[in-house]
Design a protein around this ligand. Structure first.
Ligand SMILES: NC(=O)C1=CN([C@@H]2O[C@H](COP(=O)(O)OP(=O)(O)OC[C@H]3O[C@@H](n4cnc5c(N)ncnc54)[C@H](O)[C@@H]3O)[C@@H](O)[C@H]2O)C=CC1
Ligand SMILES: N[C@@H](CC=O)C(=O)O
Ligand code: NA
Length: 443
């Protein structure tokens, strides 16, 4: 039997009660907009969106905007009680718990939920979506992927009649900011990361950014939507940017590339492949021009062809914009007695292992500078079925220590073949060091 649609519970059909869970970088901007733009939001929603409380860990701590924009009396440390008296719940506290339990509690009570929490959705999304579907309430999450950029809605709704083949992009603002500062200003990773944290781009634990977990969560969400298949974060092949050195960034520039952390989700004949890793992108590619905390996502679909989405992927106000868009939609759905779009996982495609991915590579190595070494290295690649596209010697023939630096670019090869090849090359007596192995994308 279809459950009855959830209905506003205030008793006043002209008011919807909004609970805000979290008053950090994003939550403080959401609260500000709810108060300052109340009339516009009411006109667009069809009801006043009344902020009835803000859950924080320590209500006595002074905070920007509290006591001026937001009445201090709205702050509470009792998130459960707050959820129990809301029609719409905004979860911007982050983390798995208590966010998950509070969202479950809200849904069970018939409230609609808006969240920016990609870590939670990529780990436990299916359970939450099923609960929301059963209760016929919205669980909206545009802010969870690429901040302000409308990407969740286009992939889930606008492309629902098409066949998406590939999603590729920059989906983490912090790492893009860090790599950009390393490339353009020569900053080191830790200094650039400290700046990104100060600007409010990074996660509470920035390891999630620099080790690629945040991008992997977003890749899992996008792949799930694009391919109508459940993909969880642990099915995403992940490599962060902590292994990217200043020398990699400089070497990339000498070959006309920039280093970017990419998220790639592809539909292949065998299933779905989802990966996150640093990659060399040609300097002329549009992704190379994505600077600071901006994000960009390319989507390729059979009918639509190529699509490109670009904008601010992190930061309080941009992310709050996505949260508020979802809030207005959820309010409208509620007032019309229905629920917005459903998540669909009907295709249930197999999610392929990491080593099935196929891509091009650039390998930098230091070898003994003597005749026959290049042929030896090339032979190892050939033995493993990895074909060479170009070889470049990057130190002159008169190098003082008798070594030469080589830069080998391969044609597309399977990840597994490349890994075996690199191990075999590393074992050659004439090879002193493999300096870096980076994938090449966007060619
Ligand atoms: N900062 C950004 O640019 C973006 C953040 N997000 C997501 O938005 C969410 C919030 O991020 P930020 O605002 O940056 O984090 P934040 O760390 O600045 O703020 C989190 C807030 O939640 C509160 N909080 C955490 N646990 C709590 C608990 N158990 N009880 C009560 N309050 C609690 C904290 O005290 C803090 O006020 C996260 O899920 C994040 O991944 C999504 C897109 C962009
Ligand atoms: N830490 C994230 C915030 C937005 O999702 C990022 O840097 O992209
Ligand atoms: Na978004």
């Amino acid at each position: 039997m279809t459950p009855e649609p959830a209905a506003p519970t205030t008793g006043d059909p002209g008011v919807l009660r909004v609970a805000l869970l979290g008053y950090g970088v994003v939550g403080s901007q959401v609260a500000r907009a709810l108060v300052e733009n109340a009339d516009d939001l009411a006109a667009r929603s069809g009801a006043r969106l009344e902020l009835v409380g803000v859950a924080v860990r320590d209500a006595s701590r002074p905070r920007d905007g509290v006591g001026t924009v937001v009445p201090a009396s709205l702050l509470t440390e009792d998130a459960e009680a707050l959820v129990d008296r809301a029609d719409l719940v905004i979860e911007v506290m982050g983390g798995l718990e208590p966010a998950r339990s509070l969202i479950r509690r809200a849904i069970a009570a018939g409230a609609s939920v808006v969240t920016a929490n990609k870590a939670l959705l990529a780990a436990q999304g299916p359970e939450l979506f099923e609960a929301a579907d059963a209760a016929r309430v919205d669980l909206a999450f545009e802010a969870a992927v690429a901040g302000a950029i409308p990407i969740v809605r286009p992939v889930r709704e606008s492309l629902a009649g098409d066949q998406v083949r590939r999603v590729l992009g920059i989906v983490n603002g912090t790492t893009n900011y860090v790599l950009d500062q390393m490339t353009t200003l020569g900053l080191d990773l830790s200094d650039a990361l400290a700046e990104a944290q100060a600007l409010g781009f990074a996660e509470a634990d920035p390891t999630a950014d620099v080790e690629g977990y945040d991008a992997a969560a977003k890749a899992a969400i996008l792949a799930s939507l694009a391919f109508h298949t459940r993909v969880s974060i642990d099915q995403v092949a992940r490599e962060g940017i902590t292994g990217v050195t200043a020398a990699d960034v400089v070497a990339a520039a000498t070959t006309g590339h920039v280093v970017k952390l990419l998220a790639i989700a592809e539909r292949t004949a065998e299933g779905v492949s989802v990966r996150v890793h640093p990659a060399l992108v040609p300097a002329a590619h549009p992704l190379a021009a994505v600077h600071g905390a901006f994000n960009a996502v390319f989507v390729e679909a059979d009918g639509a062809g190529p699509l490109m989405f670009y904008g601010q992927g992190a930061g309080g106000r941009p992310t709050a914009s996505a949260v508020l868009g979802d809030l207005v939609s959820a309010a409208r759905d509620r007032l019309s007695g229905g629920k917005g779009s459903y998540e669909s996982a009907y295709a249930s495609l197999p999610v392929l292992p990491a080593d099935a991915a196929v891509t091009r590579y650039q390998v930098r190595l230091v070898v003994a500078d003597r005749p026959g070494v290049l042929a030896q290295v090339a032979g190892v690649l050939a033995d493993h079925g990895v074909s060479i596209d170009a070889v470049r010697q990057t130190t002159g023939e008169e190098s003082a220590d008798g070594t030469a630096s080589l830069l080998i670019t391969t044609h597309a090869a399977r990840e597994a073949s490349l890994a075996a090849t690199v191990a075999a090359v590393d074992g050659l007596g004439s090879v002193h060091e493999i300096t870096s192995v980076l994938r090449v994308e966007g060619v």
